[in-house]
Design a protein around this ligand. Sequence first.
Ligand code: DC
Length: 230
Amino acid sequence: MSVNSPTIPVIAIDGPSASGKGSVAESVAKHLGFHYLDSGALYRIVALAAKNNDIVWSDAAALGAMVPPLTIAFKSGEVLLDEQNVSKAIRSPAMSNGASQVAVHPEVRAALLSLQHSFRQAPGLVADGRDMASVVFTDAQLKIFLTANVEERANRRFKQLTQQSIDADFDKILHDLKERDARDCSRSSAPLLQTKEAVFLDTDNRNIAQAVAFVLKEYEVSLQKHNNQQ
Ligand code: DC
């Protein structure tokens, strides 16, 4: 648990959709031998489970009650929901949209909290999402706010899809990203925001490797500061 394990370091990386924070966080975790939490996957799973159970994404009470009995696991890079591999299903544009809709409900956010805390295990955790620094791991050793402008993010998403030979429409991607940004930033419960301690990382002109190097350097600096305070 976050509050019970303050000695286990956490690197919190928050940012908007398609900013590349997932790739950066995963790679930082690999470099450090830390665990990795993709918190967005949890909201995607809730959206998918709701669809499978005929619960609408606006029904906060039903969604909140649906979450605790779900069996959610991450194994060898795959995401399992009740032992089914849902890695691909949760990445569809419909689930991206659904995740952003179920995430507005405090009932859903509260139901996912202890599961997120349980990822904090030795030797450390890299967690990415929207509220890692502001709500879930407020005592994180390092907080990063990673972003890129929305056109650049839409461009990256467009390239990703076309490289996978998936039909993609740039204007639709841009429109959907703007809609999700607006919802994720304006909701009253745990909106995406840059906390005052967070280090700003703009990836407009940085590739993944450069962003990873930046985070690793900041982590070293945070360790030195921590040691000097001892
Ligand atoms: O990071 P992602 O695109 O996979 O996240 C999907 C949605 O989940 C995003 O639109 C908002 C929500 N989310 C959230 O509210 N809080 C988090 N910590 C992570 C994701």
